[in-house]
Design a binder for this molecule. Structure first.
Ligand SMILES: [Zn+2]
Length: 138
């Protein structure tokens, strides 16, 4: 039997995530064919890919949710806007993402899902990937 970290996201997870995001007054969209997430600050909306494991799904939900909370709390304000300036992304992007991971892990803990948050920017290979991404696209 597949473990929860390999099991695919179920309808019940999506339902629960909808209720959660509503409780934070965040608009949302679930994307069946995607494996990532992103945030639109102007629309106060997160988009979450559901073609992932349950653990990864919830990590995406809390990561994008944390970006919205950070904007509300004016944390890394120059980064938490749509179309942040390239030099801002280069300078504080990684720090902002790591801070977002921290907030996301705390929020996820509060919900007592029994799942561990998977950080997106903590392993050396993730940091290397991010630096390469900046190099290639900024
Ligand atoms: Zn992020």
């Amino acid at each position: 039997m597949a473990a929860w970290y390999t099991k695919k996201t179920r309808k019940s997870d999506i339902k629960r995530a909808k209720v959660l995001l509503r409780s934070y007054n965040i608009n949302f969209r679930f994307l069946k064919t995607r494996t990532d997430g992103y945030t639109s600050f102007s629309k106060n909306r997160v988009a979450i890919g559901t073609k992932v494991s349950i653990q990864y799904f919830w990590s995406l939900v809390f990561h994008e949710l944390a970006h919205i909370l950070n904007r509300r709390n004016r944390k890394y304000a120059r980064y938490h806007r749509d179309y942040a300036a390239k030099d801002v992304i280069k300078k504080i992007g990684l720090r902002s993402e790591r801070y977002t991971d921290k907030v996301a892990a705390q929020e996820m803990q509060k919900q007592k899902l029994g799942l561990r948050y998977l950080p997106g920017y903590s392993h050396p290979w993730q940091i290397k990937w991010y630096r390469q991404y900046c190099e290639d696209y900024l």
